[in-house]
Design a protein around this ligand. Sequence first.
Ligand SMILES: Cc1cc2nc3c(=O)[nH]c(=O)nc-3n(C[C@H](O)[C@H](O)[C@H](O)COP(=O)(O)OP(=O)(O)OC[C@H]3O[C@@H](n4cnc5c(N)ncnc54)[C@H](O)[C@@H]3O)c2cc1C
Length: 380
Amino acid sequence: MAMFDLNETQKQLFDMAKDFANKEVWPKAKELDETAKFPLDLLKKTHELGMLNAFVPEEVGGLGLGTFDHCLISEALAMGSAGFCTAALANDLAAVPVILSENKVVWKEFLAPMVNECLMASYCVTEPGAGSDVAGIKTTAKKVKDKYVINGSKMWITNANYASWFFVLAKTDTKAGHKGMTGFIVPAKTPGVTVGKKEENMGQRCSDTRAVTFDNVEVPEKYLLGKEGDGFKLAMGAFDRTRPAVAAEAVGLAQRAMMCAIDYAKHRSAFGKPIGDNQGVGFIIAEMARDIEASRLLVWKSACEVDAGRKNTYYASIAKMFAADACMRITTDAVQIFGGYGYNKEYPVEMLMRDAKIFQIYEGTSQIQRMIVSRTLLGN
Ligand SMILES: Cc1cc2nc3c(=O)[nH]c(=O)nc-3n(C[C@H](O)[C@H](O)[C@H](O)COP(=O)(O)OP(=O)(O)OC[C@H]3O[C@@H](n4cnc5c(N)ncnc54)[C@H](O)[C@@H]3O)c2cc1C
């Protein structure tokens, strides 16, 4: 029989995360948006509560949390602030390829310290000239004796200025397409690494996004993940675990937008009655609830598949595209329910609408998710 109930531990985890998001994060969301200040204090508290870097394997002292539990945390944290949640999730995005590589030397050196300390990390794949088309990256890693020398530029790297290390995808064989790509760990302080200015983004403004350049950056051979040519598989394989979490983040943000819309619809009067008493407004809210429930079930399905050890790329793409598109629709509708006030910065929903847009872009655009799903179904 299929079960939709959380067990007691999961309920406690979800409740603790929601409580933290509601009491400590949501009251600061507006300020984080206005100042675009990186939420280091909140991330430290998240770490103290055991909800940051919780994916670190038990073998090196971590909680080794599964994707399902991780999605519960993501949904809850995003109810507080999506930008803050993205900063937390970027750590997972950086770490999953490392976990998949099974390089235990690197686990000990880079993942283990994340258990006791609130350390951040970044996933460096996208470049100025290549995002969706990952095989089009230009960064190279050349073997020189027992080292690799990395050269190239990465763009839109989340957490870049706060990361203690980077997962970097580079080409060790420029003629072999995606089979010539290799993943490396690069400590952020390595000579030749330069982090650019903070990008001024439309939404999720407290999340830190920057360019990172690698100019003759030398890394020891032991920082190679897997073997030469494994990089594309590791970088893309990470999405099977992180796309469900990003979709869960979209659910949390959509949930917050619906809560704001319901509250407003109950208290704002027009024509002598609360606007929510009009079917035209009530139906918008009903459709918000429908899409949130459906998104959450898709998140849970995609997370359960990967936790059960099954290939979930198809479900992860379905969950991400559905939840991202639903979140964009729901936050736009929340602005509509607020009327003129929705368009104004004094009220929270315009921020939620701006925050939602990135879900249709990062970790594979909504078009790329459709491409993955259609190719799976059509068999090409
Ligand atoms: C705030 C933010 C944070 C990010 N964080 C990270 C990070 O931490 N690490 C990282 O590596 N990257 C990160 N990214 C990069 C992000 O993943 C890319 O922006 C995204 O994958 C799209 O790539 P692109 O911007 O080059 O767009 P392009 O690939 O140039 O695409 C442009 C448009 O064309 C469409 N398109 C492209 N190819 C196809 C196709 N075959 N069929 C149909 N449509 C297509 C796309 O869907 C899109 O609408 C981040 C981006 C942002 C904005």
